[in-house]
Design a binder for this molecule. Structure first.
Ligand code: AMP
Length: 871
C-alpha cells in the first residue's frame, strides 16, 4: 500500500527503496521458483497445448523461439501456485503474465488443460476449475499456443490444424506487464472493453492490486495510473508523437511507442521495437509506479529506463485545483497567478489539496460575456497542461487565444502544432512546471491581474515615474542653483537684498538702475550689457583684502576719491593691488559699484585700468585694481612741486594714451561707453607712466545708433563737464570729448581748469587758453615746469585740439576718432576753434540758443570737414 499522499516527504526515494526491496524479493522469489521448476519436472511440453492434453505443475509450455515459457510458479515468500508466463531464456526469471492471479492453488496439484468446450482451464487437485478463459463459443478442436511475443493464444483449428479463429489470447487480459506488440485498448463508449494493467498486490502476491494503468480515452487521450478509482498519475495528452506531460518522451517514441484511435473510436496504445533483438517491458508495480525495463544482456539484468510517477509533483493534483507544482520551488506548491489558497491555514501548513481560488472574478463572469475583452491571458512556460483538455477551433496560437477569450468558460488554452488548439474549462487541475520540456499554457485572468507588462507599467507609473520626476526636479533645482552660483561667481558679487550681513548677491545682468537715474533713456551699463557673457571676475573674501591692506592701515592709503579711500595692498601671491573701499558716507553707492564692476570687467584696453576683482562681504563693497605705482595724473600736474614734473614727451604720450582709451570706449569696445567723469585724477599712471583711464562708476552705455542721452542726475566733476551736460543733463561722446579737451589743456598748462583765475573776465583755464589763442600767444599756456623743453608744433597742435574739444556746441567738437587721427598727423590743417564754452554768456542759457542747439547735428565731424576747415 502507498502511504497516504500527505505523508510523502521524499516520495521517489521511498518508492525506490521499497521498490528495491521488491526487486530483490521478486528476484529471490523467481530464483526459488526456477529452482523448484527444475527440481520438480522442468519438462518442456512444446508450443501447443492440444485438447485433452494437460500441463501439470512442473511442466512448461515453451514458445517456438524459446523466448517465453508458461507453467506453474510460486512467487517469493509464497507457497501458492500460479500459472504464469515468464521469459524463458533469461535468469532470474521474470513473470509477465499470471492466469489465476486471484485464485491461487495451495499446492502443486494443479493442471492446465483445454476442456471439452474449448476453454483453457486451470484445475486444482480436486478437479475444480479455479480459472478459465470463459469463452462462450464452443470449439470442436482448440489449441493453445504460447507465442514468442509472450502472448498465449487459444485458437479454434480444423482437423488439419489450420487456425479457424482466435478464441482467446492473454494479451487481451493484461496483468501488470505491457509487452511489445501488446495493445491496450480503451473504448470511450464501453468501459468493459478498456484494458488496463493491474498491479500485483505485492511482490509476493500477484493478486490484483489497487493500481491500474491504461488509456484515459477522453478527448485528448492520455496514459493514466489509477489508484482504485482515483487518478494517481497521468501522462498528459498524446499529441501524436509523445505525451505532453512527459518531457523525456522522445526516447520512448523512438522505441516505437504509439497511441492510435481506431475507426470505431477505440484508443489503442502499443509499442514495438524495430530492433526486436532485446527484451523490454512496462510493468506497473505494486506501489503504483509504471516502469519501463530493457534487458541488458551484457549486465544480465533489467535496466529501468523510465518511471512514472517519478517525483512528488508527478502525483496527480498534488497542489489541488488551480495550484502549480514545481520541484524547483519551495514549497513545491503555489497558486497560479491571479489565484489564492482556498484554505490558507491548511495551505500554509503544507496541505495543498484544497487548492486555490480566484483572487478576482473574471470580467466576463462579473459583467457578462460582453466584457470578455477586459479579460486577458497570462502565459506560463514549460507546463504539464491540466487534466480534462478540450478542443477549440483555432489554426494558430493567436486564433486559439482569440477563440478562447470569446468564450467565458474557456479559462486556459495551449496550442500544440500536432493537436492544435486545446482549452480548459472549470478548475485547472494537475499543473506542473518542468525545468525543461512541457508547453506554454495561457491562463485567463481579469485585466486588473494581468500580465507583468501591465503590472510593470503600473509599477512604473506609480513608483518609477514619480521618483523620476522628483529626481528630475532635484536635478533641475540643483542645476538652477549651480547656474546661479556660477553667475554669482562670474560677477563675484552677492546680492544682499535684505541689507543684512549676508554676502552681497546680485545679478549683474538684472541689476536695477539707480532710482533717480530712470530718465537716462536706457543708459545704465547694466542694461546695456544684458545678455552678454562676461569674463570671470574673482571674488575675494574680506579677510583676504583686510590682510592684503594690513587691515586698511593708514600707511597703505593711496588717496581718496568720491567712492571712498583707496589703499595699496598685496595679494597672497605677491601681486600689488589698489583697493577702493566704498565709504558709507560716500555719495557714490551700490549702483556705481555695480556699474564699475559690470563695465570694467567687460572692457579691456591698455589705456583702461584693469579691475582684478571685488569683495562684497556684508556691507563691504571693495574694488580691487591693478596697482598703479605712479598713482593719478593730477598728482603730477597739480601736486606739490617736490614731484618731478612730467616732460613734454611724457605728457604727449599720456594725452595720446587717454585719447586712445577714450576712443576705445566710444567706438572700439563692444559698447558705446560714455565715461562722464574724465578728469586728471581718473587717469592713473603705471610705472612706465602709461595712462589708464579709471573710475567707471558714472559711465553709461549708449545704444549703437544712439548719439545722445539725457539724465536728470548730472554727475561729474565741475570744470570737466560740457555745458549741455552740466546744464541740461545731455551726455554723448561729445560731452566726453569736452572733458578730454579740458584735460588736454590742463596737461599742457599744468593748471587746473577750475582753479585758474586771472581776472574777472578770465576766470578759468579755457578762457585763458582762448585768449592766448586769439592773441596768437598760445605757447604761453605751456607749463613753465617744462622749462621750455617741448616741441612747439606739438604743443600748439595740442592747444588747438584742446580748444576744438571744448567748443561751446557739441557739433563743433571733433569725435575721439578725429582727435586720435589729428594727433598723429602733423600736416593736417585743423579747423579754427570758436570761443570755447564758459567764456562768457552761454547761448545754451537762452531760448533761442536752445532751439539752435536742438538743430545741431551731432554727427561726426568728418576728416574732410577738418581738412577744409581753416584756422
Ligand atoms: P579715485 O577714487 O579713483 O579718484 O582714486 C583716488 C586716488 O587713489 C587716486 O587719485 C589715486 O591717487 C589713487 N588710486 C586710485 N586707483 C589707484 C590705483 N589703481 N593704483 C594706485 N593708486 C590709485
Amino acid at each position: 500500500m502507498l502511504p497516504p499522499k500527505k505523508q510523502y516527504k521524499s516520495f521517489s526515494s521511498q518508492v525506490m527503496g521499497i521498490n528495491n526491496i521488491a526487486k530483490i524479493a521478486s528476484t529471490v522469489g523467481f530464483l526459488l521458483f526456477a529452482i523448484l521448476c527444475y527440481l520438480r519436472t522442468c519438462t518442456a511440453i512444446g508450443t501447443i497445448l492440444a485438447t485433452n492434453n494437460t500441463v501439470k505443475d512442473g511442466d512448461t509450455l515453451v514458445s517456438v523461439g524459446d523466448d517465453f515459457a508458461l507453467g506453474f510458479f510460486s512467487p517469493h515468500n509464497s507457497t501458492n501456485r500460479y500459472v504464469g508466463i515468464w521469459y524463458n531464456k533469461i535468469r532470474p526469471g521474470t513473470i509477465v503474465w499470471v492466469a489465476n492471479r486471484d485464485t491461487p492453488i495451495a499446492d502443486s496439484s494443479g493442471i492446465i488443460m483445454i476442456d471439452a468446450n474449448g476453454n483453457l482451464v486451470i484445475l486444482d487437485g480436486r478437479g475444480g476449475a479455479i480459472w478459465s478463459t470463459n469463452i462462450s463459443t464452443l470449439a470442436k478442436i482448440a489449441h493453445a499456443e504460447l507465442l514468442d511475443t509472450g502472448n498465449l493464444q487459444l485458437r479454434e483449428v480444423d482437423s488439419a490444424n489450420t487456425t479457424k479463429r482466435i478464441l482467446w489470447e492473454s494479451f487481451d487480459y493484461p496483468g501488470d506487464t505491457h509487452l511489445p506488440s501488446m495493445k491496450l485498448d480503451a473504448d470511450p463508449k464501453r468501459k468493459d472493453r478498456t484494458q488496463r494493467l493491474t498491479s500485483w498486490r505485492s511482490a509476493s502476491d500477484p493478486s490484483s492490486g489497487n493500481f491500474s494503468s491504461g488509456i484515459d480515452p477522453q478527448k485528448h487521450p492520455q496514459a493514466v495510473i489509477w489508484d482504485g478509482a482515483d487518478i494517481h498519475w497521468r501522462s498528459g495528452p498524446w499529441d501524436g508523437r509523445a505525451y505532453l506531460g512527459i518531457p523525456d518522451m522522445d526516447y520512448m517514441y523512438l522505441d516505437g511507442y504509439n497511441l492510435i484511435k481506431t475507426s470505431e473510436g477505440v484508443v489503442q496504445i502499443s509499442y514495438d521495437y524495430i530492433n526486436g533483438s532485446f527484451y523490454s517491458r512496462y510493468v506497473l508495480d505494486s506501489l503504483g509506479m509504471l516502469k519501463q525495463f530493457i534487458w541488458k544482456e551484457e549486465n544480465n539484468s533489467w535496466l529501468n529506463t523510465w518511471s512514472g510517477p517519478d517525483t512528488e509533483c508527478d502525483l496527480y493534483g498534488r497542489c489541488g485545483p488551480n495550484g502549480r507544482c514545481s520541484m524547483s520551488s519551495s514549497p513545491i506548491c503555489n497558486c497560479l497567478k491571479g489565484f489564492e489558497p482556498k484554505y490558507s491555514g491548511e495551505w500554509n501548513s503544507g496541505n495543498w489539496s484544497g487548492g486555490c481560488v480566484r483572487s478576482k472574478q473574471l470580467e466576463c463572469e462579473k459583467n457578462g460575456i460582453g466584457s470578455w475583452k477586459r479579460d486577458g491571458f497570462f502565459k506560463m512556460e514549460r507546463i504539464k497542461v491540466p487534466n480534462f483538455a478540450d478542443s477549440l477551433a483555432g489554426g494558430s496560437l493567436k486564433e486559439c487565444g482569440d477563440n478562447c477569450q470569446k468564450s467565458c468558460s474557456c479559462v486556459a488554452y495551449a496550442y500544440d502544432t500536432m493537436i492544435g488548439c486545446i482549452i480548459w474549462r472549470g478548475d485547472l487541475v494537475d499543473i506542473q512546471q518542468f525545468a525543461r520540456g512541457g508547453v506554454d499554457l495561457y491562463i485567463r485572468l481579469p485585466a486588473s491581474e494581468l500580465d507583468e507588462k501591465k503590472d510593470r507599467k503600473i509599477v512604473i507609473i506609480s513608483t518609477v515615474l514619480p521618483a523620476t520626476l522628483i529626481l528630475l526636479g532635484c536635478v533641475y533645482f540643483l542645476w538652477r542653483w549651480r547656474a546661479k552660483q556660477r553667475e554669482r561667481k562670474e560677477h563675484h558679487i552677492h546680492n544682499n537684498k535684505e541689507g543684512k550681513n549676508n554676502m552681497l548677491c546680485f545679478n549683474m545682468y538684472n541689476s536695477a538702475k539707480a532710482p533717480n537715474d530712470s530718465s537716462d533713456g536706457s543708459n545704465t551699463l547694466n542694461d546695456g550689457v544684458k545678455g552678454t557673457a562676461g569674463p570671470e571676475l574673482p571674488l575675494y573674501g574680506f579677510s583676504v583684502v583686510a590682510i592684503a591692506t594690513n587691515n586698511f592701515s593708514d600707511a597703505n592709503k593711496l588717496g581718496e576719491g568720491g567712492f571712498g579711500i583707496v589703499y595699496k595692498g598685496k595679494l597672497p601671491g605677491g601681486q600689488q593691488i589698489a583697493l577702493k573701499r566704498l565709504s558709507k558716507s560716500s555719495g557714490q553707492g551700490l549702483e556705481e559699484f555695480k556699474n564699475e564692476v559690470v563695465l570694467i570687467s567687460r572692457v579691456q584696453h591698455r589705456n583702461l585700468v584693469k579691475l582684478l576683482g571685488c569683495c562684497t562681504e556684508g556691507e563691504e563693497k571693495i574694488l580691487i585694481y591693478e596697482y598703479m605705482p605712479n598713482k593719478s595724473l593730477d598728482a603730477f600736474l597739480f601736486g606739490p612741486s617736490t614731484k618731478e614734473p612730467l616732460d613734454w614727451d611724457k605728457r604727449f604720450h599720456i594725452v595720446e594714451g587717454i585719447a586712445r582709451g577714450l576712443l576705445y570706449l566710444h567706438r572700439d569696445s563692444r559698447f558705446k561707453i560714455i565715461h562722464r567723469d574724465l578728469k586728471a585724477s581718473n587717469i592713473l599712471l603705471d610705472e612706465g607712466l602709461n595712462p589708464k583711464i579709471s573710475d567707471f562708476g558714472m559711465a553709461r552705455i549708449l545704444g549703437e545708433e544712439q548719439i545722445l542721452a539725457r539724465t536728470t542726475r548730472v554727475v561729474g566733476t565741475y570744470g570737466y563737464m560740457s555745458p549741455e551736460y552740466a546744464m541740461q543733463g545731455r551726455f554723448s561722446e561729445k560731452s566726453d570729448v569736452f572733458s578730454f579737451g579740458v584735460l588736454l589743456l590742463e596737461i599742457v598748462s599744468g593748471k587746473r581748469n577750475t582753479s585758474f583765475c586771472q581776472n574777472e573776465h578770465i576766470s578759468n583755464l579755457l578762457c585763458h587758453a582762448w585768449q592766448l589763442w586769439n592773441e596768437g600767444t598760445a605757447l604761453e599756456l605751456i607749463d613753465p615746469a617744462l622749462g621750455g623743453h617741448y616741441e612747439q608744433e606739438q604743443v600748439l597742435r595740442c592747444i588747438h585740439l584742446g580748444l576744438l574739444c571744448v567748443q561751446e556746441f557739441p557739433k563743433d567738437r571733433p569725435l575721439m576718432s578725429s582727435v586720435v587721427f589729428m594727433f598723429g598727423c602733423d600736416i593736417l590743417t585743423l579747423p579754427a576753434p570758436k570761443h570755447p564754452a564758459f567764456t562768457g554768456i552761454s547761448p545754451l542759457q537762452s531760448d533761442s540758443s536752445e532751439r539752435n542747439h536742438e538743430n545741431f547735428s551731432f554727427n561726426d565731424v568728418t576728416i574732410t570737414d577738418i581738412i577744409f576747415l581753416g584756422r
